[in-house]
Write a protein that binds this ligand. Structure first.
Ligand code: ADP
Length: 192
């Protein structure tokens, strides 16, 4: 299975590129952001708590996200592979992912990291906020908070995957197809 962690700050273009990767490599797209937003829409018992955290630009607890991910991995363990988009976002989440995959005899094949400068990230998120319908994309303070949370909690994952020789940096600036080509070149170095 080709299991890829698609990494990057909010606004780095993970969702757009994930759609293209899914099509090219016939993979399953696992986006914890999408899963959380659909849980909010379903109005479950914990919807209000999840929405409050998302709208403040904070992370949802690791255990809650891990549970959703474990279920989805189980459902798709016989697929060609999974693209993890927006997960893992903390070191404990990365450790849980390794454990969950190992349980099924699987592993992360590589972390492809989309890099883009911060002013570009903020610009893209606020632009997206005009039509995405996402409250967390509309407010400048929330957008900056999400990027700060990324630096504090998520960026350390680069070292986590570097230590496993799975970190594959990709230039995330340019046209969508150009960035996609950069990603595909990096994926050649993934270890299925
Ligand atoms: P973006 O990459 O643009 O921030 P996402 O859709 O990945 O968008 O995430 C939106 C929000 O959902 C995050 O700010 C966070 O509140 C929550 N979220 C998504 N994935 C996770 C995760 N793996 N762990 C904790 N919270 C998450």
């Amino acid at each position: 299975m080709l299991n890829i962690v698609l990494f990057g700050a909010p606004g780095a273009g993970k969702g757009t590129q994930a759609d293209k990767l899914v099509e090219k490599y016939d993979l399953v797209h696992l986006s914890t952001g999408d899963m959380l937003r659909s849980e909010v829409a379903r109005q479950s018992a914990r919807s209000a708590a999840i929405k409050q955290l998302i709208d403040k630009g904070q992370l949802v607890p690791d255990s809650m996200v891990a549970e959703m991910v474990a279920e989805k991995i189980g459902e798709h363990r016989h697929s060609n592979g999974i693209i993890f988009d927006g997960f893992p976002r903390t070191i404990p989440q990365a450790e849980m992912l390794d454990a969950m995959l190992a349980e099924q005899g699987l592993h992360v094949c590589g972390m492809v990291a989309l890099n883009a400068p911060e002013d570009e990230l903020v610009r893209r998120l606020l632009e997206r906020g005009k039509y995405s319908g996402r409250d967390d994309d509309r407010d400048d303070d929330v957008v900056r908070r999400r990027i700060a949370v990324y630096h504090e909690k998520t960026a350390p994952l680069m070292d986590y995957y570097k230590a496993q020789a799975k970190y594959l940096p990709v230039v995330g600036v340019g046209g969508i197809d150009e960035i996609f080509a950069n990603l595909c070149a990096a994926i050649k170095h993934c270890k299925p």
